[in-house]
Write a new protein. Structure first.
Length: 326
């Protein structure tokens, strides 16, 4: 990230969003829009990112444009949040390219970019009071990355207060994060609509992620095992097999893929991320997290389980449990 702040005036593209870096600049930009002729029905939509934008992020911004309407306001925040990185994670090497991000946002309908530094978001240093994700933050991602979802919710709440959006859009790829945000908004009575946007994938099925940039060509080929495993599990559900068969098919594909170290594979309730029981019928989420080389990737697939254990394939003892970690 360069020290210079790109702005709409500094580019030849008249559709480029304005960029603000401080709370005061943000407040002025929001107030200017409010008094510039906005109709009472116009909405402000926000997309919160850590930058290194790809087509998945841009799809969120395009959907935000639809939610806000042609005369509404679309705000994109770009902030690499230190609170959601644990010891030994990739905070320092996380990709940063503010100039490139702003150029991409010019094509997607963003009006304003808020790109603060950590001292702007946390002016008194690490916050003493933080948002707790509760039991949602203690399983799966929360178990493997203690405090991660607390850090996510803390910055999301702060940005919601600063931007004051009517609607906030989040990608469904980070399914546990999306659920945690929804629960925070509901449990703390925030007047914000949360919209989940489907995962955007590469042509070969790999879920788009800023961390894909870390993958070598060989590692990227190995990473395709995640999406193949999810499709394999979904195919079992679509064929009328039960929860154990869904997990078993996905696990088999991952186990056959050399070079993929699985953190977890789980079939969960989409409203609670609790593991589903072996006799579950109905909607579920198949979640996977794995490492390919030094890069950690996550992905998920919605499935609809229609068969009980005694229908279709014989049950095993894996339904409702996380698959063994390598």
């Amino acid at each position: 990230m360069t020290d210079e702040t790109p702005s709409a005036e500094a580019t030849s593209d008249p559709t480029a969003p304005a960029v603000v870096r401080t709370r005061e600049e943000l407040r002025d930009a929001l107030a200017t829009w409010t008094i510039s002729g906005a109709e009472p029905t116009d909405r402000r939509a926000v997309v919160m990112t850590m930058g290194a934008l790809h087509d998945g992020h841009l799809q969120l911004v395009r959907r935000a444009r639809e939610e806000a309407g042609p005369t509404g306001q679309v705000v994109v925040t770009i902030f690499v949040n230190p609170l959601q990185f644990g010891a030994g994670e990739d905070l320092d090497r996380y990709p940063r390219d503010l100039d490139g991000d702003v150029a991409k946002l010019a094509t997607a309908g963003a009006d304003l970019v808020f790109a603060p530094t950590p001292d702007v978001v946390y002016p008194d240093g690490d916050p003493i009071v933080r948002v707790s994700a509760g039991r949602i933050g203690e399983v799966l991602e929360g178990e493997l990355r203690p405090g991660h979802l607390d850090g996510v919710l803390t910055v999301v709440l702060k940005l919601m207060h600063l931007v004051r959006p009517d609607v906030a859009l989040f990608g469904q790829k980070d399914a546990q994060q999306l659920l945690a945000v929804r629960r925070m908004v509901a449990d703390l009575d925030l007047d914000v609509e949360v919209v989940g946007v489907p995962t955007v994938r590469e042509a070969d099925g790999l879920a788009m992620s800023s961390r894909n940039a870390y993958l070598s060509d060989e590692e990227r080929a190995l990473a395709l095992a995640l999406s193949r495993a999810l499709r394999g599990g979904a195919d079992e559900a679509a064929a009328g097999h039960g929860a154990a068969a869904v997990l078993g098919a996905a696990s088999g594909i991952l186990n056959a893929a050399g070079g993929v170290v699985v953190d977890y594979l789980a079939l969960v309730d989409p409203a609670t991320v609790d593991p589903v029981p072996a006799d579950h019928r109905g909607p579920a989420l198949l979640l996977v997290a794995a490492r390919v080389g030094a890069t950690r990737l996550i992905d998920n697939q919605a499935v609809d389980v229609t068969a009980a254990p005694d229908e279709g394939r014989e049950p095993d003892d894996t339904a409702g449990q996380e698959a063994d970690r390598d």
